[in-house]
Design a protein around this ligand. Structure first.
Ligand code: 6R9
Length: 666
């Protein structure tokens, strides 16, 4: 079974470390008074959950045909929400703001990596999306077709998504860092008719080509792609297939800015987004329109406290990931937000680039990932200190558990010890945020995503499918359907049932381990396959990482369970040191053996059982392009196996460095 041992409702000694985190940051009275979320939201949702969601669907969206039914779960596990209603996603994200007199409001503040900028108002966006929709129509794309989008983080990525939605075509965004092979498999799986790409984008100070990967993908086998629409971003030379390839600017130049959005049924497929599963073949997660948009807009408003007239919002995720779909394209635009879109990497041309952008645009809400925060910790706090970050008023985190030390650093260094932090738990499959504090309402607990949002039902169950209750640990489940839930895996209904609905028949199994503290806060412990079993003790990778990072010298840590003849599994840690702290220790004459010091530190923080068998100091950790540490690869190193498939790594050379370091280690 997944957890090696059984899940009981006993505390493992190690869990006490995370669960003894009792620092609490209640909202300020000023923030609470003005917050979009009020405590009554929980009561209203609890009193009439479906009525609550119907209210949100009406509050946040404009329907061309009002719905009369809310939830139909008779076809479980596929839910239908607001199914007899009709609407258009692009109309909701763009046109209605112009109709309401907000056409002059800036929708997108684009910052290219080389420093070029563009600002698009909602009126500009309406014209561009309409032109693009007309151009797609002229290329023979219509309602129900699939379009693959393979673009850098430029405004055209958002425009292309909305143009598809405007005509009722289903988009499948493929992250620009994926290979031709990955692109080919996604194009064929979704049977896309059109690919929208660019000549390239800017990354780490130079143009990086994209179109060659599309050209290569389309030679890998038969597809039904009839055209490739190409945005000119870098003006690199590109190979051209006459009759198939069309320049975006040429197609749009001739297209009208008049276009009537196509109303679609609430359950019309809005997008497919591929995510990796435990087996090789990626899963095409299917999301539909009405329920998805409802939950994106509602969560974006209450979790980030968005005030569209005054806030400048920035989510650093790429549109190639679900965070970019829900919290760059759909949630913010439906809510009429002004947002920053940044093309490049955080350290180009210098390590303060993000903070420079925050200061330049006076960003008020920042949403990013723990891995980015820990990277900034590693670079040192003198970097953000050079910029004026006083505009920030809400900080968000997503993607993996945020350890309390990184949380505290984020609040202190970026948030001036003042801003609420929202640690948002959700998945590609859930479509939108599910578990998170509400700023202005929740007293924040560093490291915990805390409680399900109003309208969401989540619980933690043991192996036998019984609720573990306060203080207990087990598997996170979602025991009531929610509006933005996935509607299936594209083309594979059996896999949909097996993956999510068979572990506990009829209940959604999230694949994450979790624990309640005595106050009923939820602590996410990482994927269940990241839970280790050492001498019969259940240890979470997250909590040992957290203990390591709580040491002054450590910037980042990744922990894996390596098989061990005696203990079943043994703890192996990979750490990146914080340059500044180690230097200070040296200056103070604290001659140190880093490995011994850190092993003892873990023993002190958690208990001797958690003491890593080995600790390897490394310069980098292997991460996916969305910033998740690939522990599978570290496990290969720790178990002295050839390193497995590295194609989804952001930087494939990292593994060579780590492997050579390990072999050289004593
Ligand atoms: C949105 C996104 C989903 C997995 C999820 C969990 C982890 C995401 C988290 C978190 C702890 C959080 N995860 N947010 N773990 N605390 N706030 O990341 O989607 O790429 O599909 O990943 O990410 O393990 O199951 P996705």
């Amino acid at each position: 079974m997944l957890l090696g041992g059984t899940v009981t409702d006993q505390h493992s000694p190690a869990l006490e470390n995370l669960l003894s985190e009792t620092r609490s940051f209640p909202p300020s009275a000023e923030f609470a008074a003005r917050a979009n979320a009020q405590p009554e939201l929980y009561e209203r949702a609890a009193a009439d959950r479906l009525g609550f969601w119907a209210d949100q669907a009406r509050n946040y969206l404009t329907w061309s045909k009002p719905f009369t039914e809310v939830l139909d779960f008779s076809g479980a596990p596929t839910a239908r929400w607001f199914a007899d209603g009709q609407l258009n996603a692009a109309y909701n994200a763009v046109d209605r703001h112009v109709e309401a007199g907000h056409g002059d409001r800036v929708a997108i503040l684009f910052e290219g990596e080389p420093g070029d900028t563009r600002s698009l108002t909602y009126a500009d966006l309406k014209d561009e999306v309409s032109r693009a929709a007309n151009a797609l129509g002229a290329l023979g794309v219509s309602t129900g077709d699939r379009v693959a989008i393979y673009l850098p983080m430029i405004p055209e990525a958002v425009i292309a998504m909305l143009a598809c939605a405007r005509i009722g075509a289903t988009h499948s965004v493929v992250f620009g860092g994926f290979s031709a092979e990955a692109l080919f498999s996604r194009i064929t799986d979704a049977d896309a008719k059109l690919v929208i790409t660019a000549d390239g984008g800017y990354r780490r100070g130079k143009p990086s080509a994209l179109k060659p990967a599309v050209d290569e993908a389309l030679t890998k086998g038969a597809t039904n792609v009839t055209n490739v629409l190409v945005v000119a971003r870098t003006e690199q030379d590109v190979a051209w297939t006459d009759g198939r390839d069309v320049w975006w600017h040429e197609a749009l130049a001739g297209a009208s800015t008049e276009h009537t959005p196509v109303p679609v049924d609430a359950e019309h497929p809005l997008f497919i987004l591929y995510t990796s599963g435990t087996t090789g073949k990626p899963k095409g997660i299917l999301h539909t329109t009405g329920g998805y948009l409802t939950q994106c807009a509602y969560t974006h408003s209450v979790v980030f406290d968005l005030k569209p007239e005054t806030d400048v919002y920035w989510c650093t995720a790429d549109v190639g990931w679900v965070t970019g779909h829900s919290y760059v394209t759909y949630g913010p635009l439906i809510n009429g937000a002004t947002q920053v879109l940044y093309e490049g990497t955080p350290d180009t041309p210098h390590k303060g680039r993000w903070w420079e952008i925050v200061a330049k645009y006076q960003v008020t809400i920042l949403y990013t990932a723990p891995t980015a925060i820990r990277t900034c910790m590693k670079w040192g706090e003198q970097v953000p200190a050079e910029f004026d970050l006083s505009s920030l008023r809400v900080l968000g985190s997503v993607g993996e558990p945020i350890n309390p030390e990184a949380w505290m650093w984020y609040r202190r260094v970026i948030g001036a010890d003042r801003t609420p932090i929202v640690d948002t738990w959700w998945q590609t499959e859930t479509g939108a945020i599910m578990i998170s504090p509400l700023p202005g309402v929740t007293a924040a607990r560093p490291g915990s995503a805390q409680t399900p949002l109003p309208g969401i039902s989540a619980d933690i169950w043991n192996d036998a499918g019984e609720p573990v209750g306060k203080g207990g640990g087990g598997y996170l489940v979602l025991d009531e359907p929610w509006p933005s839930m996935l509607r299936g895996i594209w083309g594979d209904p059996e896999r949909f049932k097996d993956t999510y609905w068979s572990r506990f028949p009829g209940t959604y199994f999230a694949g994450d381990g979790a624990k309640y503290d005595e106050d009923g806060n939820i602590w996410l412990l990482g994927r269940v396959d990241d839970v280790m079993n050492v001498s019969g003790h259940r240890l979470s990778t997250t909590e040992i990482e957290s203990a390591l990072v709580s040491h002054d010298w450590v910037a980042e840590a990744a922990v894996v369970g390596a098989s061990d003849d005696t203990t079943g599994q043994a703890v192996v840690a990979f750490v990146i040191l914080r340059g500044e702290a180690v230097e200070r220790a040296d200056e103070a004459g604290e001659g140190h053996d880093v490995v011994a010091e850190l092993r003892n530190h873990v023993a002190k923080e958690i208990g001797p059982i958690a003491k890593p068998r080995s600790i390897l100091v490394v310069a980098e950790l292997p991460k996916t392009r969305s910033g998740k540490i690939m522990r599978r690869l570290l496990r290969d190193v720790a178990e002295h196996r050839p390193v497995g498939d590295v194609t989804t790594l952001a930087d494939t050379s990292v593994m060579d460095l780590i492997s050579s370091g390990l072999n050289a280690a004593p």
